[in-house]
Design a protein around this ligand. Sequence first.
Ligand code: NDP
Length: 442
Amino acid sequence: MSKEEKEFGGTPGAIGLMIFSHFVPFYFALSLRYSSGGLYCPSSFDGFIENFKETCSPTWSAFFLYTGFCFLQLIFAATLPGLVIKGLPVPTENNRQYTYNCNALSSWYVTLVLVAILHATGLVPLTILADQFGSVLCVAVICSDILSIIIHFYALQTKQTCRMTHSPIYDFFMGVWLNPRIRILGQDVDLKMLAEVRLSWLLLFLLIVSAAVKQYEAFHTITWPMMLILTAQLLYINACMKGEECIPTTWDIFYEKWGWMLIYWNLAGVPFVYAFQAYYILVNSLRTQKPTEGVSMTLIIVCFTVLFFAYYIWDSSQAQKNRFRMKQRGTYVPRKAFPQVPWNTLENPKYLKTECGSTLLIDGWWKYCRKPHYTADICMATCWALSCHQWPGLLPYFYPAFFTGMIIHRYTRDIARCKAKYGKDWTIYCKHVPYAFIPGLI
Ligand code: NDP
């Protein structure tokens, strides 16, 4: 029996999180439809069922849209050119190093061109996603649940399991398969990378653009709040695509298994929950027919300033750390994907050598605190929420609150892992870099 420790509160926590994760996106979809993004309280259970059927019933067009998108991304992943990168040695598989064809950037550009053509020719107007938001969400939830079950039992049957706790529900939640891959058109595609980098963020971007186009069609303008959320998401998503070659060595890939948690959040949770702000702005513009009323230009300017600064720290700090590590391993390949921000590669940085052989960066942004990118990410999440300031409401702030909770929990998991891995070297590292999130404060 493995000694794998249970996280997230074990089996009860896993059950609670699965229920909560299903509840949130559907509640948001109903809130957008019936309360303009405010708190949704149905008058009766029957009323709730009626509302649910009206908003979230799956349709064939939603099914073909969603599965067509996923299938196309799978084909792109197998065929488009990219940078071939080796992952970290996998200790549970005799230190095997998988190769990753990092072609998310080509997929991103090809998807944008294809979507523009489909929209311009009228074959598939972009607004279809906004029109069928609840139905596509329902299809995404059903698909991700079914896929989680298939992946779980396939991995069990083919004995491709690792770090099992032998608590069935907990193992289903956390996953049992570390490196799920399929061979398609003669190419190995890593399903976890595909879902994490493309399916989640690309679909999110298309959902956001769909809301913006819908606003434009209604008012012949895209308001500043909508521009803010579009810019924020564009920066974030483009960064995930342009930095894909750094992802094979992140802990989602080398440590997390592809279970319900990652599958559901990548295939359904992230795109539909993170799109809330754009839809909040859209439905309230349509409800009031006054899309620019109540916009605080001061707040918009502050948000754009904070957003660009936070993005800069987020992008450059991750590039510094990942490029430092790649240089140490001899796998660094300079890439020119747009935008390359200043100070993203450190020359001869200071670092700590540890007994286990790894090195820890204590230079660049990493000399100020241990998680500069988490702090920057929380600032960006807050800007997303503030884009909704025209119409007071609680739900736009769910994302920064959820994200902050999730990232602090992720921090505690990561620190526990690092303490176990580095032992007394971790204490030395913490003396060099005493603050976790904000230098001089916490
Ligand atoms: P991190 O980039 O924080 O990586 C953590 C690992 O990096 C550690 O386990 C350790 O691994 C290594 N490391 C830690 N400190 C150092 C150092 N000083 N020098 C060198 N290596 C170090 O990983 P995450 O995956 O948590 O975060 C990546 C980004 O993704 C963040 O910006 C985060 O905000 C974002 N994110 C966003 C989510 C969303 O839903 N929007 C969800 C989750 C993450 P090792 O064993 O190699 O030493």
